[in-house]
Write a protein that binds this ligand. Structure first.
Ligand code: UDP
Ligand code: MG
Length: 339
């Protein structure tokens, strides 16, 4: 009789990396964890692939860690990466991705807002050859109008000002191929914006639509102050347009006021206008103000360039080398690395 061996156990017995890792960052999610685990497990079992679940405890102060420890004790596909304190969602996601072994890795929230049923579709797209498959929120249930509106505006703004293509209405819920992960591991910038970095890495990316469910339990951990910080981090990390706008405004101001000063001076020279003392003082201040504005813009341009340099991103990422008609997909050793 052939003994029944589960696929997920096979991979751990052979020490082979599982096909799929699911990374779940969480903070104080005791109300939802058991349900998330159960639903996720059901969906993963149905796929018939080897898998692991990597839960990242981002410094929870409730029973989340105890629940996860218990789960990992009875299920070898559960791994727990516990951080020493709350480092924030972005860093928790990073830690999970660093510890995931799968050939494809999925990131999802712990509150079941990202439906685990979509994982099958993600996997199918991955098998078609896409290196990144991201969830597109077609509709968001039970989120406040303010949150929906700010998020809508933010994505439209980023689509216009970002240096790279930002797919709108996407969250962190996505699948990435190991090649993407290997590049991601080289990106150590802080602050970091996971979705932006994955967009920056490139390769073949595709969206799959879904309806974002309400939270299964507990409350959101993203207050508006956190969202505002995230928006600022994202804009400064992925757009140089604000600095360019300042520089162009400064150039415009300098040109306009130089023209006015010249006209006034010529008018005075040819005796057309009688300029009172305060007029000369005003012109002097206008000149000084413009010099200051120009210097500020110039400093901004230097800071933007320094900022870009200290992010230490690779200069480029290779997809393939094609020689003699043979397409050889590259590995991560083929980066353009800053010296
Ligand atoms: N989260 C985290 N660390 C934090 C804040 C949030 O790991 O400092 C997790 C949280 O537990 C959840 C995910 O990040 O799994 C998304 O957070 P949340 O659902 O509160 O955000 P929302 O969906 O309301 O934007
Ligand atoms: Mg949520």
């Amino acid at each position: 009789m052939t003994p029944f061996v589960r696929v997920d156990m096979l991979s751990s017995m052979n020490n082979l990396p599982p096909t799929l890792s699911v990374v779940i960052p969480l903070l104080n999610e005791e109300e939802v964890l058991s349900q998330t685990y159960t639903e996720l497990k059901q969906n993963l079992d149905a796929l018939g692939e080897s898998y692991e679940m990597v839960f990242v405890d981002d410094g929870s102060t409730d029973r989340s860690r105890a629940i996860l420890t218990e789960l990992s004790g009875r299920d070898s596909t559960v791994r727990v990466v516990a951080l020493s304190r709350n480092f924030g969602h972005e860093m928790a996601t990073t830690a999970g991705l660093h510890h995931a072994h799968g050939r494809a890795v999925i990131v999802m929230d712990a509150d079941l807002q990202d439906p685990p049923e979509l994982i099958g579709e993600f996997l199918a797209k991955w098998r078609e050859g896409y290196e990144v498959v991201y969830g597109v929120r077609l509709r968001r249930e039970s989120e406040s109008m303010l949150k929906k509106a700010t998020s809508y505006l933010f994505y439209r703004l980023m689509a216009r000002i970002a240096d790279i293509k930002f797919p709108p209405d996407t969250g962190d819920f996505r699948l990435m191929d190991r090649r993407v992960l290997d590049v991601y591991r080289q990106l150590n910038e802080d602050p970091r914006f996971f979705r932006g970095l994955i967009s920056w890495i490139g390769f073949r990316q595709v969206g799959v639509g879904f309806i974002r469910r309400p939270r299964y339990g507990g409350i959101t951990k993203y207050r508006y102050s956190k969202l505002l910080k995230l928006a600022l981090d994202t804009i400064t990390a992925f757009s140089t347009l604000p600095s360019l706008i300042i520089t162009l405004t400064a150039i415009g101001c300098i040109m306009a006021s130089s023209f006015i000063a010249l006209v006034v001076f010529i008018g005075w020279l040819f005796g057309r206008w009688d300029i009172p003392a305060w007029g000369w003082v005003s012109l002097g201040f206008l000149g000084l103000w413009n010099i200051q504005f120009g210097c500020l813009a110039l400093l901004g341009e230097y800071i933007v360039r320094t900022h870009r340099h200290v992010q230490h991103r690779p200069l480029y990422v290779l997809d393939a080398l094609i020689e003699n008609g043979n397409n050889t997909p590259t590995t991560t050793s083929l980066f353009g690395v800053r010296s």
